[in-house]
Design a protein around this ligand. Structure first.
Ligand SMILES: O=C(CO)COP(=O)(O)O
Length: 126
């Protein structure tokens, strides 16, 4: 089955997300991708990736992805959080990360871990 990956980035991390996704473009094209609204828009517009776009994070996008994950619909989450900027929807962010822990779903919240997760997933697909 294709890996089902959620891609989410806070505003100051969106350029990092685009660079990361560009590095793994060939692999990500083989995956089923879900993203929060603005992140997904950039991935689609700038890299041509087919992404199921949920609401923007502050409007419930993290919760929508959390709900999918709880239902068993997500294999890994790449969530480039901005630890330096307070977010109005902090409880939603914590709920998503908590849902990953509850359901033992890989959750990369920084670039180093994102590389480890994506490179490993890519290996297991080959
Ligand atoms: O806020 C976010 C995650 O908490 C991301 O939402 P956007 O991708 O819509 O900016």
């Amino acid at each position: 089955m294709k890996p089902r990956i959620a891609l989410i980035a806070h505003d100051k991390k969106k350029d990092d997300m685009i660079k990361l996704a560009a590095e793994y473009l060939g692999f990500l094209q083989t995956c089923t991708l879900t993203a929060t609204g603005t992140t997904g828009g950039r991935l689609a517009n700038e890299l041509g990736l087919a992404v199921d776009r949920k609401h923007s994070g502050p409007f419930g996008g993290d919760l929508q992805i959390g709900s999918m994950l709880v239902e068993g619909g997500i294999d890994a989450v790449i969530f480039l959080r901005d630890p330096m900027t307070p977010q109005p929807h902090e409880p939603d962010i914590n709920a998503l990360v908590r849902a990953c822990d509850v359901h033992n779903v890989a959750c990369a919240t920084n670039l180093s871990t994102a590389h480890l997760v994506l490179s490993q997933l890519q290996l297991t697909q080959q």
